[in-house]
Design a protein around this ligand. Structure first.
Ligand SMILES: *[C@@H]1O[C@H](CO)[C@@H](O)[C@H](O)[C@H]1NC(C)=O
Ligand SMILES: *[C@@H]1O[C@H](CO)[C@@H](O)[C@H](O)[C@H]1NC(C)=O
Ligand SMILES: *[C@@H]1O[C@H](CO)[C@@H](O)[C@H](O)[C@H]1NC(C)=O
Ligand SMILES: *[C@@H]1O[C@H](CO)[C@@H](O)[C@H](O)[C@H]1NC(C)=O
Ligand SMILES: *[C@@H]1O[C@H](CO)[C@@H](O)[C@H](O)[C@H]1NC(C)=O
Ligand SMILES: *[C@@H]1O[C@H](CO)[C@@H](O)[C@H](O)[C@H]1NC(C)=O
Ligand SMILES: *[C@@H]1O[C@H](CO)[C@@H](O)[C@H](O)[C@H]1NC(C)=O
Ligand SMILES: *[C@@H]1O[C@H](CO)[C@@H](O)[C@H](O)[C@H]1NC(C)=O
Ligand SMILES: CC(=O)N[C@H]1CO[C@H](CO)[C@@H](O)[C@@H]1O
Length: 892
């Protein structure tokens, strides 16, 4: 991008014209200033000259001081150039800084300027304010910056600057505001930064820095905001940092910092925002943390903290708004005054070992919007522990030991999108009032002790994507109103005592990806229209019921289906030959029915294991586990019947023996039953993860682990803040790219909501577009999330653009082609996908190039679905910890 080839001839001509004026340039005068401005204006890229600069003209020199963005000092000499957001493209190369000896302000923030920041900027010896943020500037920060001794504000944020922070910056001792965030700056933070003692703001977040925080940081006594998040820092937090008693904002999150938090943190009495999450900090949180009277926002999640939270925490912090302790090893109860100020909106303490009851004050925090207490050992009575939270959007209480009943008052939380209370000991009925939660997208109550019927009112939850009521004691019919849930992706009512037949109306849920009704007492036949659930892909499980009739041949329409389980029912008749067209199936189970006749030929049935058909005495065929059908039907049929009869009776006596053994064992270990059930469920979950891989049809996680020598460095083709990318050449010859999200990123995603993440990923695997990378699938294993993409030859646009010889290939035609491709991809994601997909992180690194330089949009790591007007979903499910709350950065 450095060679701006356009407008070259014009540029040359003007330069020549201006060269002839050189003698006048010896001393500063309005004329030389005007000429320098016009020369730069004419160098800018199309639209050239920029319409916003129409007043900049050599015929208008008399009005120089009134030109757009220009201000003069009393002597009529230009003192300010301020062109914020003026839609400028081009470079600063043609701007002769030496012509502006009296310039105090230079601000070109929020444009599309590119190229290097010229070293000649060091000539602006009177400069006090330098702002170039939100452009495309690249290259190193010039060392000449050290000559700007009067500089007070320096803002280079959100560009593409590389190289390290020049130590000369330490000479700008009048700096009060130093911001370099959102670049590719590497190296260490120079120790000399400690000499900038007037600094109020030091914002270096989102760079590629490394090494420790220099101890000199403790000299910056005037610091109000220190943001060093997301820059790969390691080592301990220097003790001197805790002397910065004026700090309002301290963000050190998403680094590799270790060590403990010392009691001195209590000295930071002005602290409002404290972000220490996603590091390797450990030990107990000091008692003095309770003294932070102005604290509003604290994130400690994803560290190794242990011990209890100080009992006074919250007591003296009446403004506490957001508390996030997730994913540590905290124990004990939550402090009783945690939310005594009632300002609490966000409380996430999931994935710890908290136990006991909940703080009483919680009931009065009517401002709560997002609550995650899941995966702890809370034992509270859910009936009384929760208050009325009209603003609640998200609550996850899963996997605790909550007891009690669900009360009607949950129906008042009409802003709820997620209600997850699965894996507890909740009893009683499901209140019909839940039907009022019209925004609800996820309702999971599985693994409790719920009784009674499924309320018809759940059919009003028109936005519902996931409904899981499995593993309870629900009885009665499946309400026909569930057929109104047309957006539903997952429906799991398995392991209850439901009876009646499968309502035909269920076939209206045309977006179902997975339908699980197994282990109930369902009767009747499979509704014919079930074949209309075209979207169904992951699972259709009707096993362990008393369904009868024949298997409808129009199930063959479920061409995406991967797992079909109809076992342990009373289906009769022949297996429809049409089913052989279910090409996506990776697992089929028709065992223990009353099927008869010949198993149709075809890959599906030939490759199925024998266990898929056993327990159907009337079934024969050329497949494993079944006896072949004789050519002369009658006699062999008879023979078969005999042999089958014999084997059945053998099987039956075996079964009987096993049954007796099982009963005996159960007799003795009645108590263990729950645990076993739990293990079974876990196993099922594992299988579920596996399924996602099997869906690829061709390879599994272990194939990939093998192909990459268990993610060995030699197969790593890229590392970023998100984790690493590996190239895997599978045994079949297929090449895939595997993105391994590190604990940081995956922890973050999982903290948001594992289920909705999975849900999204599954749908993303469906996206097909020439300019969108194919996502084969994902797997979460060993605490990491792995995304498997199709491999793209040339790597990222950033790599081609900035690395080696690539840039030369990228002529303007190709660049336009890339832009068009990306635009196509975005249009497709926004308008042709349902629900629409918003990428939200389109960067040079996320645009990959094929060998013919066709672009492919990748990395939907943080993409979220947006259902037309449901911005809540995105906003609140998003990574709250990462929205810079203070926004000092926008104050310029
Ligand atoms: C600049 O504009 C102001 C009013 O906007 C006017 O009063 C002043 O005379 C102008 N100065 C010049 C040098 O054009
Ligand atoms: C000269 O500059 C002034 C001040 O910006 C502007 O109002 C005027 O339109 C300009 N005149 C021309 C001919 O561009
Ligand atoms: C720094 O600022 C102070 C007070 O604003 C001023 O007196 C001093 O001259 C400045 N230093 C430099 C090198 O400009
Ligand atoms: C800082 O905190 C420590 C430990 O809490 C305390 O002993 C010390 O007096 C505090 N220093 C100041 C200046 O407040
Ligand atoms: C729901 O959310 C909206 C928008 O955030 C808010 O105005 C409203 O008070 C909330 N509560 C209820 C009960 O609607
Ligand atoms: C609460 O649960 C208990 C235990 O299952 C049950 O006896 C009681 O009827 C339930 N109360 C309500 C209001 O559902
Ligand atoms: C929901 O389903 C029931 C029964 O199928 C039907 O009578 C009712 O009209 C449906 N309601 C809506 C809002 O679609
Ligand atoms: C049975 O199937 C196998 C392969 O699936 C095939 O080679 C064989 O010929 C078949 N036998 C009969 C009798 O059809
Ligand atoms: C009006 C004003 O400040 N003019 C000064 C601009 O800079 C030149 C060169 O340093 C001085 O000579 C002027 O006095």
């Amino acid at each position: 991008m450095t060679n701006s080839t356009a407008a070259r001839p014009l540029f040359l001509c003007l330069s020549l014209c201006l060269l002839s004026l050189l003698p006048f340039q010896a001393s500063s005068s309005p004329t030389t200033e005007a000429q320098a401005l016009v020369k730069w204006k004419n160098s800018l890229s199309p639209p050239s000259p920029p319409p916003s600069l129409s007043s900049w003209s050599l015929t208008n020199i008399t009005h120089l001081c009134n030109w757009t963005g220009i201000a003069c000092n009393n002597g009529g000499s230009v003192s300010e150039i301020s062109l914020l957001g003026s839609n400028l493209s081009g470079t600063l190369d043609a701007l002769d800084f030496a012509s502006f000896p009296n310039l105090t302000h230079f601000n070109v923030s929020n444009n599309n300027l590119e190229g290097p920041i010229p070293s000649s900027i060091g000539n602006l010896s009177h400069l006090r304010f330098l702002g170039v943020c939100s452009n495309l500037f690249e290259g190193a920060i010039p060392r000449s910056i050290g000559q700007l001794r009067k500089l007070e504000r320096l803002d280079f944020g959100i560009n593409q600057l590389t190289s390290s922070i020049p130590s000369e910056l330490g000479l700008c001792s009048n700096l009060t505001f130093l911001a370099l965030p959102g670049n590719f700056i590497s190296g260490k933070i120079p120790p000399g930064i400690g000499s900038l003692t007037k600094l109020n703001y030091l914002l270096l977040y989102r760079n590629l820095l490394s090494g420790p925080i220099p101890t000199g940081i403790g000299s910056l006594k005037n610091l109000l905001e220190l943001d060093l998040s997301n820059i790969n820092l390691s080592g301990q937090i220097p003790a001197t940092l805790w002397n910065l008693s004026n700090l309002r904002l301290l963000h050190l999150f998403s680094n590799h910092l270790t060590g403990t938090i010392p009691p001195e943190i209590g000295n930071l009495t002005s602290l409002t925002y404290l972000g220490l999450d996603t590091n390797r900090l450990y030990g107990e949180v000091p008692e003095t943390m309770s003294r932070l009277a102005k604290l509003q926002w604290i994130t400690l999640f994803t560290n190794n903290f242990s011990g209890g939270i100080p009992q006074d925490f919250g007591k003296y912090s009446p403004s506490l708004r957001s508390v996030s302790f997730s994913d540590n090893s905290f124990t004990g109860e939550l402090p009783p005054d945690l939310c005594s100020g009632f300002a609490l909106q966000y409380l996430t303490v999931d994935e710890n070992n908290f136990n006991g009851l909940l703080p009483n004050c919680l009931k009065n925090c009517s401002g709560l919007r997002r609550v995650r207490l899941d995966s702890n050992q809370f034992t509270a009575d859910i009936t009384s522990a929760f208050g009325a939270y009209p603003n609640l959007v998200f609550i996850n209480l899963s996997n605790n030991r909550f007891v009690g009943n669900l009360t009607a008052k949950w129906g008042e939380c009409t802003n709820l999108t997620n209600l997850q209370i699965d894996g507890n000991k909740i009893a009683g009925r499901i209140p019909p009032e839940l039907g009022k939660l019209s925004q609800l997208r996820v309702l999971t109550l599985h693994g409790n002790e719920l009784t009674g019927k499924i309320p018809d009112e759940l059919g009003n939850l028109g936005e519902l994507l996931r409904l899981n009521l499995s593993n309870n004691h629900l009885a009665g019919d499946i309400p026909i109103s569930l057929g109104n849930l047309t957006k539903l992706n997952y429906l799991d009512l398995s392991r209850n005592g439901l009876n009646g037949s499968i309502p035909d109306e269920l076939t209206n849920c045309e977006d179902l990806l997975s339908l699980k009704l197994s282990n109930n007492n369902l009767l009747g036949v499979i509704p014919l229209e079930l074949g209309n659930l075209f979207a169904i892909q992951i699972l259709l499980d009707l096993s362990h019921n008393s369904l009868a009739g024949s298997i409808p041949s129009n199930l063959a329409k479920l061409t995406k289906l991967e797992n079909l389980n109809l076992s342990h029912n009373k289906f009769s008749g022949a297996i429809p030959a049409a089913l052989t067209s279910l090409l996506s199936i990776t697992s089929i189970d028709l065992s223990y029915n009353e099927l008869t006749g010949v198993v149709p030929s075809g890959r599906l049935f030939q490759q199925a294991p024998g266990s898929a058909f056993i327990g159907n005495p009337g079934l024969c065929g050329n497949v494993t586990g079944l006896s072949p059908c004789g050519t002369s039907s009658k006699s062999t049929d008879h023979r078969k019947k005999v042999s089958v009869g014999v084997s059945v009776s053998v099987c039956l006596s075996l079964l009987l023996a096993i049954l007796i053994a099982v009963i005996l064992v159960l007799w003795q270990r009645k108590k263990l039953f729950d645990e076993e059930e739990e293990i079974k469920r876990l196993k099922e979950h594992e299988k579920f993860e596996q399924i996602i891989w099997e869906r690829l049809g061709k390879f599994t996680f272990s194939d990939i682990a093998k192909a990459t020598n268990d993610f060995g460095e030699e197969y790593c083709i890229g590392i970023g803040g998100f984790g690493s990318v590996y190239k895997a050449v599978l045994a079949s010859g297929q090449i895939v790219a595997v993105k391994k999200l590190n604990a940081l990123e995956s922890g973050n995603i999982l903290a948001i909501n594992q289920q909705s993440f999975e849900n999204e990923i599954r749908v993303l695997t469906e996206v097909r577009h020439r300019h969108v990378i194919k996502l084969h699938g994902f797997c979460s294993m060993r605490g990491c999330v792995y995304l498997v993409y199709e491999f793209v030859e040339r790597g990222s646009l950033a790599k081609v653009l900035y690395g080696g010889t690539g840039a030369a290939e990228l002529d303007w035609g190709t660049r336009v082609k890339i832009v068009q491709g990306v635009a196509n991809a975005i249009a497709y994601l926004h308008h042709n996908c349902s629900p629409p997909i918003i990428h939200r992180d389109i960067t040079l690194n996320n645009i990959l190039l094929e060998s013919d330089l066709e672009p492919r949009l990748s990395d939907f790591g943080i993409a979220r679905f947006l259902n037309s007007d449901s911005s809540n979903w995105t906003a609140v499910a998003g990574s709250y910890g990462y929205m810079a709350p203070g926004k000092p950065y926008d104050q310029s």
